[in-house]
Design a protein around this ligand. Sequence first.
Ligand SMILES: [Zn+2]
Length: 352
Amino acid sequence: MAQRKPFELGGVKVAPGSRATIDLPVMDLSIHAPLSMPVHVVHGRRDGPVLFVCAALHGDEINGVEIIRRIMQLTALKRMSGTLVAVPIVNLFGFLAGSRYLPDRRDLNRSFPGSETGSLSGRLADMFLSEIVSKTNYGIDLHTGAIHRTNFPQVRADLDDAETAELGAAFGVPVVINAGLREGSLRASAGKLGVRVLVYEAGEALRFDETCIRAGVTGVVKVMRKLGMVPARHGRNRAVEPLTIRNSRWERAATSGILRAAVELGETVRKGDRLGAISDPFGENEVAVIARFDGVVIGRATLPVVNEGDALFHIGLYEGTKASADALDAFEPDIAYDSGATAELAAEPPIV
Ligand SMILES: [Zn+2]
């Protein structure tokens, strides 16, 4: 068999069967110091797809940083086919500042494809796209909810593309959401380059969530298995059909006050159910938050102090008949640590 070519990134050649951390130059900072983006490349000995996994595109969304750290420990990478390009921190500026945005107050995930001569965010987007994404075939972009909002572990992807839909189901979290390609997003620009991207959304900004991290690690491994990058497991293929959601709505606060939530993430709700109550600090005036739809709680606010109009509960709509509503009731979200995907990580102490 012909030897694979080295994988080249930022002028560094990574030989087949080896791995390397590369500091990709980004720009000079105002403090007279260069800024570089740390990228870890695992270049398998055998041919296979090139997959990028990235996190902290929004600088305060840090669950994915820990997901990548754990993936880097896996011994399966030694026998991997294809190439894994891991970028734990894409929005370097936002990560340092604990902020979703960049110093130019733009959202990096609305700045793609960007350009070499554009805004700060546009330049970072252009660099990430041309130096990394364009050299890959697939991508997994790791996110969390925004500040004071948490998401039930979910994959967002373009389900109208059959291969993307298959990879989304392979990730193995209970909810997969059909998400069109939003202009300016990494996913849309990668798609135009022919790179299929899944977005994994779980947990809350600026916080670690052990369940979300574990579901993310096993999800990435399962996608790599689906792509043939790591060997399939024998006799253990209990793939759970995820719940597919094509529409969602936020239930908002009808009044300002203190919210007491009555439903958890992943819980199924029926139209008319009481999701929570908003009262004043004396409890004299109380307004119930009522579900307007049948669905599953895919996200919610974590801050109990709310203003009129605030988004409180994100409901993934389960449209259709009585039969589909029954199927929803039978649906038991199981996001416990999947030792079947990464048994060796069982010894990893949980973050509490
Ligand atoms: Zn995000």
